[in-house]
Write a protein that binds this ligand. Structure first.
Ligand SMILES: Nc1ncnc2c1ncn2[C@@H]1O[C@H](COP(=O)(O)OP(=O)(O)OP(=O)(O)O)[C@@H](O)[C@H]1O
Length: 959
């Protein structure tokens, strides 16, 4: 007996040791030694992710430790354990990485080196994104709600495009559509990539940086980037390549000094974890977005929630990504400050779902002026603020404060119609659209469906479109020459902008001048393209005079190649070539690349083929445009062996599973509320219950207490998971965000999540079960002990799974609680303990017993405890019960008679209580194995239901 009673002692000690281990580990992470990254000391020091779990590289090796990582990364990369570099002090301090000391100046050689390294193995293949006649409507109870109508536009490589408009204008809707994330609403129109309708691989070549990131607070910056690297980089990459990549993107975003810092934030359960600043978080978002060198980066409100300096810092990084890295950056943005507004090349303005402007940033003011809405710098301030006021028709705008404004929906419609008409007229709408419809019949010919121009309402003000002998006015933002010239001129070596522009206050003087004298159209011919000389050693180009890299003329064949692309692009965009052949002719060679070429020229990226073995911009040998380049570092033979499709696919299911397991284990083991807290709660509740029912004997009263224990035990297992409802809802949020980004297969996530949490859950429950079992002194035989632990584990897993299911199928936590509580109540009522099924007045209700996992568990516990057992009753009834009998049966004098009392107090030495009769009393006739089968089946059904709920979540839209 003694051995069984003491079983709980080692279990209790082990439970506390387990909790203490994880608690100390977490405390070491949170309260790091001064001067070190707060993830470093407690991380265990192992980064298992970027290298696919095969390496034991110390966390924080990152860029500095990665083999082959350029030494010049020190621009933004401090040694992991050292103090931050001077250039990256403070939370959002002087930006490092791509920007260098003066973000407006010609990039320093180090930032170019970072960019070059960033594109060495994953060639950035620029995409020209165009959208035509986009619309979106919702069917609501009040009828059809049109939220987007006839929206056109395009975004070119190396360009920053601002999506602007008042709240509810449709910016997010538009961005969701063009980024291929939109899954609800009635959508119309077509999105073109490099002149043909968007293909299924589009998502892999673009990145979407949501407004609110989706990082686990308990992961370090390096681990977070490694996680994305492991899921997004080609499966053919070796661990060293992935590690180097992680170091590079962190260096590029100026985050190297934070590599070992926890991301931080609110843990599920309410504990606040110190971590990155808002600006650093945003930069980490961007870093994870660009890890696979996406051609287009979509940013949803990148500056929201940031202070002015952090916002500027983030946008400077994005500007560097576009202008120096050749990425296309599309950002929805609310009233940017002047300096941020000045960073954008183009702007698209929406209001109430209508397109009112798309074109060069500088062209916006003249365009609206041409409609009769003049801009006055003194009165209106920054043009970006003014245009938001101008197009917002939801409020009264007195002319003396606002000047002439668009005030009514009709005026807004007219302004939109005027813009769309001019846009289509300039692009030769008919030819272009017909050509595309032909070239991409997958669109169902939708592109050509917009009404003829004649059907559009006339603009309320004369447009300056026909001012030049029938040709579009050169000042008009959509003038092809002006537009082309903008991009072509950007291919020239960049000059530091004027001070006024650097401050962002560029519109007022420039457009005041523009109003006085129309600018002459810029020259069409290509300016000479130049690139820095590729260094012989593949390293940094030597600095030329004034600190700039020396520039040499681009080889004639490269100029010809650029010219060909420009010409082809001109055909596509202006409808000159039209048609299937023209559109498809350039497929796989990268669409409009002049901006990217400018970036390449700026940073010498184009020449990296000579220095680092990379290929051309946009090269894609098979022309399908959907795979990465082979790693440049590989030998020609290896590159050939790797092929294009087989070697550059994203990691397979097993790798995803392994990576997700790694993340789940981090999430579980680094959340003190999750791992240590859970174990302590289980252990202490077991001790409390055990003390109340300590060392039960075998009298009739003890028998009643044993039954109570068998009822309490499952009740606690039903209730305990509620403490962690926040974890279930948090899991859902992480999953939904990752699913929207198509980071992994839902099945890989589900399997990893299930397997990762299983051992912890089982340990907690078994500890509880055996502590209580031992303290209460339940049946001391091996089979009942094991059966009690196993039934407990199954019931707890079922209860937890119900919560996970409830969190998955309901839109918010309150509803999830309601669903789960309803289930728990039915379980308790149908436990067969408080009221037997046979005793129910409404017997038909007892059919609910089949959904009561607790009822089955109670049966199992009872079978294990009582079947085949008996107690001796030779001692008779206890004296207190005897004394109670006359009170309980006041009109039955027989109970007080000496004969009856003699039988009850001394029933004879052979008196036994058959414990099996208890099972009969409760109507339990199942064998124990059947209870296990039922509980396992119950759990399996719940898993299937939850998995399908998660599949449904993956299809939902997420903002
Ligand atoms: N599922 C939906 N059903 C009905 N209307 C919707 C739905 N989703 C969005 N809308 C409506 O579409 C319009 C455009 O929304 P959207 O979020 O694109 O605007 P926004 O310009 O991004 O606004 P904000 O700047 O406030 O984020 C809004 O009026 C919004 O209420």
């Amino acid at each position: 007996m003694g051995a069984w009673v003491e079983l709980y002692v080692p279990v209790l000690v082990a439970a506390h040791a387990f909790a203490a281990f994880f608690l100390v580990r977490v405390l070491l992470i949170v309260y790091k030694p001064a001067g070190r990254g707060n993830g470093q000391s407690a991380s265990g020091g192992k980064a298992k992710l970027a290298d696919g779990g095969k390496s034991d590289a110390k966390m924080g090796g990152g860029a500095a430790a990665a083999p082959g990582a350029p030494s010049a990364l020190a621009v933004g990369a401090a040694p992991a354990s050292g103090p931050p570099p001077p250039s990256s002090v403070g939370d959002d301090g002087p930006p490092a990485g791509l920007l260098g000391p003066d973000p407006q100046a010609v990039p320093p050689k180090d930032s170019c080196l970072i960019l070059r390294r960033l594109t060495t193995n994953l060639n950035l293949r620029p995409l020209l994104l165009e959208w035509a006649d986009l619309g979106c409507a919702y069917d609501t109870s009040g009828g059809t709600k049109v939220v987007l109508e006839r929206v056109y536009g395009q975004a070119e490589p190396g360009e920053m495009l601002a999506l602007m408009g008042p709240s509810g204008a449709g910016k997010s809707t538009l961005m969701d559509i063009i980024s291929a994330r939109k899954s609800v609403g009635r959508l119309t129109g077509t999105v073109f990539v490099n002149g043909v309708p968007r293909g299924p691989d589009f998502g892999r070549r673009t990145a979407y940086v949501p407004q609110n990131d989706n990082f686990l607070p308990t992961m370090t910056v390096h681990e977070t980037a490694s996680y994305y690297a492991a899921l997004l980089l080609p499966r053919s990459w070796v661990p060293a390549q992935r590690r180097e990549r992680v170091g590079l993107v962190l260096a590029a975003m100026g985050l190297s000094h934070t590599e070992n810092t926890l991301v931080g934030g609110m843990l599920p359960g309410g504990i606040m974890l110190r971590g990155l600043s808002g600006g650093e978080r945003k930069r980490l978002s961007i870093a994870t977005g660009i890890i696979s060198t996406p051609a287009i980066v979509f940013l949803d409100e990148p500056t929201s929630g940031l202070d002015a300096f952090a916002a500027l810092s983030v946008m400077r990084y994005m500007q560097a990504m576009a202008h120096r890295g050749g990425h296309t950056v599309i950002a929805s943005i609310h009233q940017p400050r002047a300096a941020i507004w000045a960073m954008f090349d183009t702007a698209l303005v929406l209001s109430a779902g209508l397109l009112v402007y798309f074109g060069p940033r500088e062209g916006m003011v003249p365009w609206f002026a041409s409609l009769g809405y003049p801009y006055d710098a003194e009165m209106h301030g920054v043009p970006s603020d003014w245009v938001m006021d101008l197009v917002n028709v939801g409020f009264h705008k007195p002319q003396k404060y606002y000047g002439r404004m668009i005030s009514t929906k009709e005026e807004l419609r007219a302004a939109s119609a005027a813009f769309v008409a001019s846009y289509l007229a300039e692009r030769g709408a008919g030819a272009a659209e017909d050509g595309r419809a032909d070239g991409g019949d997958k669109s169902g010919g939708r592109a050509g469906r917009q009404p003829p121009l004649a059907a559009l309402p006339a603009p309320s003000h004369p447009l300056p479109l026909q001012a030049d002998g029938g040709a579009p006015h050169p000042q008009h933002p959509q003038h092809p020459r002006r537009k082309s010239a903008r991009f072509l001129s950007s291919a020239a070596p960049q000059q530091p902008p004027a001070d006024s522009e650097r401050d962002g206050d560029i519109e007022a003087p420039r457009h005041a001048a523009a109003a006085a004298a129309p600018p002459t159209p810029p020259p069409l011919p290509l300016p000479p393209l130049t690139v820095p000389s590729p260094p012989a050693n593949g390293g940094t180009a030597a600095a030329g005079p004034g600190g700039q890299p020396p520039r040499t003329p681009l080889p004639a064949d490269k100029v010809a190649a650029f010219q060909a692309v420009v010409d082809r692009h001109a055909r596509i965009t202006e409808g000159g070539g039209g048609g299937k052949g023209a559109a498809r002719g350039g497929k796989g060679r990268g669409g409009g690349v002049w901006r990217a070429a400018a970036a390449a020229a700026t940073c010498g990226l184009y020449g990296r083929g000579a220095g680092g073995g990379g290929g051309d911009w946009g090269s894609d040998a098979d022309g399908d445009g959907d795979e990465w380049e082979a790693p440049a570092a590989a030998s020609p033979r290896r590159r050939h062996t790797l092929g294009h499709r087989a070697s550059h696919r994203r990691p397979g299911w097993l790798t995803q599973f392994r990576v997700l397991m790694w993340r789940e284990l981090l999430a579980v083991t680094r959340n003190p509320a999750d791992v240590a807290g859970r174990m302590l709660i289980f252990a202490w509740i077991a001790v409390l219950t055990g003390l109340i029912y300590y060392n039960l004997g075998d009298t009739l009263e003890d028998l009643r207490s044993r039954l109570n224990v068998l009822f309490l035990q499952p009740t606690i297992f039903l209730l305990l998971p509620y403490v962690y409802m926040s974890l279930y809802t948090a899991d859902k949020q992480y999953y939904v965000a990752d699913a929207a980004a198509k980071l992994y297969a839902p099945s890989a996530y589900y399997a990893a999540k299930t397997v990762a949490v299983l051992p912890f859950a089982v340990l907690n429950v078994v500890a509880f079960s055996w502590i209580l079992y031992g303290m209460a002194g339940l049946r001391r035989e091996a089979v009942p002990v094991v059966a009690n632990g196993a039934i407990s584990a199954l019931l707890y897993l079922i209860a937890a799974q119900v919560l996970a299911f409830a969190a998955a199928v309901t839109p918010n936590q309150d509803l999830a609680f309601m669903v789960a509580i309803a289930w728990t109540a039915v379980n308790l009522l149908m436990s067969n303990f408080m009221v037997r099924y046979a005793d129910m007045t409404q017997v038909w209700l007892s059919q609910l017993r089949y959904i009561s996992a607790m009822g089955f568990a109670f049966e199992g516990y009872s079978i294990a405890e009582f079947v085949g057992g008996s107690y001796s009753c030779a001692g008779g009834l206890a004296s207190d019960i005897l004394g109670y009998l006359p009170t309980f049966l006041p009109n039955t004098p027989a109970v007080s008679s000496p004969l009856v009392r003699g039988v009850l107090t001394n029933p004879g030495p052979d008196c036994v209580i058959d414990l099996g009769s208890i099972l009969t009393y409760f109507g339990i006739a199942k064998p124990l194995w059947l209870v296990f089968v039922i509980l396992i089946g119950y759990l399996a059904v719940l898993h299937v239901a939850t998995y399908f709920a998660y599949l449904g979540l993956a299809r939902k839209e997420r903002r």
